[in-house]
Ligand binder design. Structure first.
Ligand code: APR
Ligand code: PHB
Length: 389
């Protein structure tokens, strides 16, 4: 079998790239290790930058998101019992859309199926060969049989634990990583969101986030110890702790109920450079991870897809390789800015085990500066709604 592009990974990066290429008549096959149901059971963040929404429109998969997504013109920042608003619309002219990543993925699978584009699920032992040659190919096992696909390019969209990044030789690859000494315990509940905007809260007991999926489905998080297990936390203990970390008047309005999902995610900042090796291009979580504060994971994956898609389009339609040649440099420039914002925003609101009284005062002053200074609010808003690409 031969295709123009092999996409490894059927998460949002791989699916969005596949859909955009399909629209341009560029043939791609998606290889996914899990089943579609498994991929669609993962719960991830739910804030879309306008740039990503534009790409979903271009891919022809934005109809449901415009119907069901919530337009958020700002966000709330709380510390102790105080809360203030950052008005994205007034500061940048742009809102964000709250729409779950799972729903984006579902819409992309539906569009892919409707277009008759090929996805091979439950592949094992995927291996990339000859990425630094002119004749790359990918091998994999499916139902105990080995298959081979020859191609022009390989898009490594297989997430942090995928095979694509590992294919780049260690002598070429440079990795930058920071881990944080806490995790996020998240729950999903069939309750009404406590506020019509997201609330990012800093309290002496640690960070909390009040988010949502729709008017009847809420998503809440609290900073927790890395040694905690979701089973350690009863729903009641979760709600009690959340209430102690958000302003009292918000806590009083909080509607609680049984959790329908509960999980703990560690926080990590990670970037690998370069994002291209020969004919292999890394996209999304395969190349970088951000802590979830600010919801930049999916959106940064989308900006990679933007650069790669345009590079491939120019290659096939105009015979121009400049976009592909500049892919790593252009994608990384934006990736590092998203890393900076997520790292800064995480540092602003979490409690760190080794924080000195001086560090706490700096955090407090940083929050007060954001509350009181319009330029700082504008810089925050520009990052939150998404830097241009
Ligand atoms: N072979 C085939 N598929 C693989 C392999 C492999 N060796 N390894 C991983 N995969 C699949 C995973 O099962 C997963 O479905 O690749 C997909 C990668 O998807 P994600 O991890 O979701 O990564 P990505 O598509 O880059 O999405 C961006 O944004 O909000 C963040 O982390 C969040 O998933 C999100 C990401
Ligand atoms: C979420 O709704 O899951 C969410 C929202 C914003 C974030 C992180 C997660 O910054």
């Amino acid at each position: 079998m031969r295709v123009q592009v092999v996409i490894i990974g059927g998460g949002p990066s791989g699916l969005l790239l596949g859909q955009l290429l399909h629209k341009q008549g560029i043939e791609a096959v998606v290889l996914e290790r899990k089943t579609k149901d498994y991929v669609l059971s993962r719960i991830r963040a739910g804030v879309l930058e306008t740039g990503m929404v534009r790409m979903l429109e271009e891919a022809g998969v934005a109809e449901r998101l415009h119907r069901e997504g919530f337009v958020h013109e700002g966000t709330q920042i709380a510390f102790d019992d105080e809360m203030f608003h950052i008005d994205f619309k007034a500061l940048t002219g742009t809102p964000v859309i709250v729409y779950g990543q799972t729903e984006v993925t579902r819409d992309l699978y539906e569009a892919r199926e409707a277009a008759g584009a090929k996805t091979i699920f439950e592949v094992e032992n995927v291996a990339i060969h000859g990425a630094d040659s002119d004749a790359p190919y990918v091998t994999f096992d499916k139902n105990g049989t080995e298959h081979r696909i020859d191609c022009d390019f390989v898009a490594g969209c297989d997430g942090f634990h995928g095979v694509s990044r590992q294919t780049i030789p260690l002598g070429v690859r440079r990795e930058y990583e920071k881990t944080y000494p806490f995790g996020w315990l998240g729950i999903l509940s069939r309750t009404r969101p406590v506020h019509d905007e997201l609330i990012y809260a800093s309290s002496p007991r640690g960070f909390a986030l009040c988010s949502m999926r729709n008017e009847k489905l809420s998503r809440y998080y609290i900073q927790c110890a890395l040694s905690d297990h979701p089973g350690d936390w009863t729903d009641d203990a979760f709600w009690q702790e959340l209430k102690r970390r958000i302003p009292e008047e918000v806590a009083e309005r909080l509607e609680t109920g049984p959790s329908i999902e509960k999980s703990i995610a560690p926080l990590r900042s990670f970037v690998t450079e370069p994002m291209r090796w020969g004919r292999l291009f890394l996209c999304g979580d395969a190349a970088h991870i951000v802590p979830p504060t600010g919801a930049k994971g999916l959106n940064t994956a989308a900006s990679d897809v933007h650069y790669l898609y345009n590079g491939l389009r120019r290659h096939y339609q105009d015979g121009d390789d400049e976009g592909l040649d500049r892919y790593s440099e252009q994608a990384l420039l934006r990736v590092w800015k998203a890393e900076r914002f997520s790292w800064w925003f995480s540092g602003l609101l979490h409690r760190f085990p080794d924080q000195s009284p001086f560090d706490l005062k700096m955090q407090e002053a940083d929050i007060a500066f954001l509350r009181d200074n319009e330029s700082q609010q504008r810089a925050f808003a520009e990052n939150y709604v998404g830097l241009p690409y």
